[in-house]
Design a binder for this molecule. Sequence first.
Ligand code: CA
Length: 713
Amino acid sequence: MDMVAKSAPGTFERLRLVLFMAASAACVVAAFTPRLAIAEPVTAADLISASASDSGANWLTHGRDYAETRFSPLDQINADNVSDLGLAWTLDTGSTRGLEATPLVADGVLYFTLPWSIVIAFDANSGEQLWQHDPQVDRSIGWKACCDVVNRGVALYDDKLYFGALDGRLIALDADTGEPVWTVQTTDVGRPYTITGAPRVADGLVIIGNGGAELGSRGYVTAYDAETGAERWRFWVVPGNPADGFENEDVERAAATWSGNWWDVGGGGNAWDAIAYDPEARLIYVGTGNGSPWSHELRSDGVGDNLYLSSIVALHVETGRVAWHYQTTPGDNWDYTATQQLTLATLAIDGVERQVIMQAPKNGFFYVLDRITGELLSAEPYARVTWASGIDPDTGRPIETPQARYSEAVSVISPSPVGAHGWQPMSFSPETGLVYIPTQSNSYNYAIKAEFEYTPGVWNRGTATGLLDALRRFPESDYGEGTGPPHPTIGQLLAWDPVARRVRWQVDYPTHSNGGTLATAGNLVFQGTAAGHLLAYRADTGETLWDVDLGQGILAPPITYLVGDRQFLSVLVGWGGATALYGYNGSGEYKAPGRLWTFVLGGGQDFDPVRGIERPTLTAIDYDDRRSVQARGGNLYAERCAMCHGGNAVGGGVLADLRYSGEAVFTIFEMIVNAGLYSEVGMPRFGDVLTVADTSAIRNYLLAQRAALIAAQ
Ligand code: CA
């Protein structure tokens, strides 16, 4: 089937093709699919040479190359012709949860992941799905995922495909058939660990981290033999209980920077996304996460740097032992993960070529380090930052502002826990020398929760759950109830010059939590937005060259590759993730179905954006409006429900906005919440932690919010 030739079918036929492919993908069953294509095995040499100028046909590893540049040398689609891009094909995913994956491409075969860690292989040559593998993650553990049941992708090596399942398994599949080869449980299933990140393969090892710092866990990164799944090494990001002994000297050194009983909650540091590799230096680079709990005072008596939280850590690939570390946020107190993408490059700094590693972590500073020695070369704020006035170039340490530690009052601090940059990848073009970063400026009302104690099954942040809770804890604070966050959240695309340490151009968006970026040799930067637009910009100037409306918000980064001799652009579109679950919805669509979109020069121009479902018309339901019931329900909702169904009961368009629930839901509310009636679709059972009276209070709180919505309509 030739779906893209210039002699292509007219609009009608093209549309039919799109519909056919969408329908066929939905019903294909893996075991009965005829073999249509086999990608050549991915060798170690292929992975090392993935950054070469003739490597553009494929996208073999998460960041396209070990340097994680997300730069494609392809230039068939370029600044002169990008406006001719049109639709090649689409694939409906059958999911309404967040889509965050970077597809990999080998010889025209796309491998990508969906929510609940489902893996799909799709042959772009023929337009057929090759296989689908569902690891059957128990939907009742969805609550362990702080930030949606997402998955960011797979790794390819030799004849195998590797991915992490949400429940902590690392699974190797036969890349041709999707049949499992080996599986290891990488986590303690008794703790709230998840895997959402893509594994990387380096030196014959599959390297995988985990998430879980919000709920309470001890982060680590493990390397497994790619052939057998045997464990080779583990890097513990934070120490465990010293009474149990230390795993090695790296952990012992870290323990000297901690105080208190941090191991009760876990300490955190979970490395859930960023991994890069320098095959010449034989160093693995890992970006580590925030403290668990967030509050430094509750976690470590307010004492010590708490290594290796919020750090860029270089590990020897043979041993997993620390070569050097740089801590971006000593004594993390704000959920400032340094798990954001790590990118390797060669930059001329002060006239000297340096092998650097770059990161724009949540804390708002853009770091450039010598990646061999760990020396700090520069650190400049790239967004609104109020927790530190700068980074001392001599010590490499932040210069904290007086309001940064919030033990005595509510403190309004930028960035917020969402960060100035999320997991959405940046890209680096060696041709422009610019880094294209999806950023945002924001703030948050931090307040300590002094009566904190570790509670299994909930977020253990040690901080107030929102502005009203913060003000309740610190009523003397000098700004009034209802003023909200004093700094509005603003989303931007920055073209950052890492040598000059400043912005070259920027795009201001009305939305935040926008998608990851792709840079190409066609002098282009591609990015999707939370409003659902996919855009192309001139990489050197920022001029908008192409803009299509795909409907719902876009998080995932686009990729580009060749099928035959034609360049394609693909992006997964599915709103979700942490900010969406907490209630932010940039497009306003509700439960819109996820889709993989693929574009090509000369493709179809006649396509419709994907829309969500209509919100139902609301009818009033009687409820108990006594203040004591409402306060109890509101507090319980904030603690148990808000992280998935939205702050203040306002949903972000992914999961049910509970104000809109049908009358039947409110009739059987206690069965759903306490008895786990909907556990098969990911709604946890709360019967062990909520009483019938608790659940009744939550129900009454929700009905009050529903009544307020009706009154406002
Ligand atoms: Ca976090």
